[in-house]
Design a protein around this ligand. Structure first.
Ligand SMILES: O=C(O)C(=O)C[C@H](O)[C@H](O)COP(=O)(O)O
Length: 211
């Protein structure tokens, strides 16, 4: 059963959840500060770099204005490690029985990825009401999400993957979309060069997006 009551306030608090990859804890802290300053406090730090868990712990300790989640969670041990580091929410690209069990045991809410009707049905059976739609553009994008709406009336989505300033507004205009996820607000080159003001500016633009 999904703790929607803990997850939804995070996801409905801003139109875009930045999906970020950081190379050090310091980088994570500066990035979280820059994004929160632009109006995007909730961020998903992906476990795709060796520094991710340290970065999550550092953000939780040093950036009280941020709401730091963990992404690219592929198995229960990563789920547990991300929770131990202080993550406020957990995101995966898909779901397995093992991950669902880990989520069931945890106080920290889970946003599992799903794309096909059978996956959506399986998630509904498990009590999930909010899902990451991944990879959004590559799976069929807006038209696909629109066609799911009449059948899966109770489900809400956070489309992620291929979402950009060009299509984010269109996704956000769909009644079954709560927010979108994307990496465009935290480009690698800007992070590497510590151009935090430019990241804050990108975040401000994203925070103003409406459907
Ligand atoms: O690792 C994850 O958990 C992911 O979510 C995979 C992708 O990095 C995001 O979907 C962002 O995709 P882009 O915004 O298209 O760069």
């Amino acid at each position: 059963m999904q703790s929607t009551d803990r997850l939804l306030p995070i996801l409905t608090g801003q139109p875009v959840i930045p999906v970020v990859a950081v190379e050090s804890a310091e980088e994570g802290v500066s990035l979280a500060r820059a994004l929160a300053a632009g109006g995007l406090p909730a961020i998903e730090v992906t476990l795709r770099t060796p520094a991710a868990l340290d970065a999550i712990a550092a953000i939780v300790a040093e950036v009280p204005e941020a709401i730091c989640g963990a992404g690219t969670i592929l198995n229960p041990s990563q789920y547990e490690a991300a929770v131990k580091a202080g993550s406020k929410f957990i995101v995966s690209p898909g779901a397995t029985v093992e991950l669902l069990d880990a989520a069931q045991e945890s106080e920290v809410p889970f946003l599992p990825g799903s794309a096909t009707p059978s996956e959506l049905l399986a998630m509904m059976q498990e009590g999930y009401e909010v899902l990451k739609f991944f990879p959004a553009e590559q799976s069929g994008g807006l038209a696909y999400l629109k066609s799911l709406a009449p059948v899966f009336q109770s489900l809400k989505f956070c489309p992620t993957g291929g979402v950009s300033p060009d299509n984010a507004k269109d996704y956000l205009s769909l009644p079954n979309v709560v927010c979108v996820g994307g990496s465009w607000v935290a480009p690698k080159a800007l992070i590497k060069d510590g151009r935090w003001d430019e990241i804050t500016a990108l975040a401000s633009e994203a925070a103003r997006l409406k459907g």
